[in-house]
Ligand binder design. Structure first.
Ligand SMILES: *Cc1c(COP(=O)(O)O)cnc(C)c1O
Length: 230
């Protein structure tokens, strides 16, 4: 039987191992869905600075424990109806903006709290029908429209890619997203500063880094397998 201390030790060792492996300039987003506030605190204690949350309720619970010791990225699916002032106050970045309607709603609700929300545009790089994210050909138009919003700053792109088997199978989707990123870097638009390319999860982050990612979102390699599917 492993005791609680052992689990803590292994989470912290995993964080240190991943951090040591990342090249300079690549930042770790610890994907914390389904994990307890205590587990989130452990990764922060071990030196992780950014926590990625898919669910606002889980984020709030972890935030109560960890607060400003981490930066908080929203990485889940977000509909414009779920954009609330309280979540906008909590998060430091929303990585999953995929429509003008969503960007506009974030802008509208950030205005009264005087906040400029950093956002990434999520790209549906695999062109999957059921998947969130903007199609690659729609991303530039979306960025141009978002650039007119005063309370949103576009800071880059994010992609998941399809659930393919082997790490190498992700490469084409990461390449499409990186090409789009490079294209957008060349545009000079107000409220747009292309800095972050968020790609790669536990099974694909090494390939993502080779393809230009500078934010990687890792859960399983740090906490172990999730018990619940989500
Ligand atoms: C869960 C999740 C991850 C991390 O997945 P792992 O395979 O556990 O590393 C990354 N990004 C998003 C958006 C996620 O929901």
């Amino acid at each position: 039987m492993r005791g609680e201390g052992d689990i803590t030790d292994s989470i912290q060792a995993n964080v240190r191992r991943v951090l040591a492996e990342l090249p300079t300039g690549v930042e770790l987003v610890v994907a914390a869905k389904t994990r307890s506030p205590q587990e989130v605190e452990q990764v922060v204690e071990a030196g992780a600075h950014i926590i990625g949350q898919n669910y606002v309720r889980e984020a709030r619970e972890a935030y109560e424990m960890v607060g400003g010791r981490a930066r908080w990225h929203f990485i889940g699916t977000l509909s414009k109806h779920a954009v609330r002032r309280s979540m906008l106050e909590l998060f430091d970045m929303i990585e999953t903006v995929d429509s003008v309607e969503l960007a506009t709603e974030i802008d509208r609700k950030c205005a009264p709290i005087d906040k400029v929300m950093p956002v990434l545009i999520e790209v549906n790089s695999g062109r999957e029908a059921q998947k969130s994210g903007a199609l690659p050909e729609d991303v530039e138009g979306l960025v141009r429209e978002a650039s007119g919003l005063q309370h949103v700053q576009v800071q880059g792109l994010m992609t998941m890619g399809p659930f393919v088997g082997q790490p190498d199978d992700f490469r084409p989707y990461f390449r499409v997203t990186k090409a789009l990123f490079d294209q957008l870097v060349g545009l000079v638009l107000p409220n747009v500063e292309m800095r972050y390319l968020s790609m790669g999860m536990t099974n694909s982050y090494r390939v993502a880094i080779e393809e230009g990612a500078n934010l990687v979102r890792i859960g399983t390699a740090i906490f172990g397998e999730r018990n619940t599917r989500s």
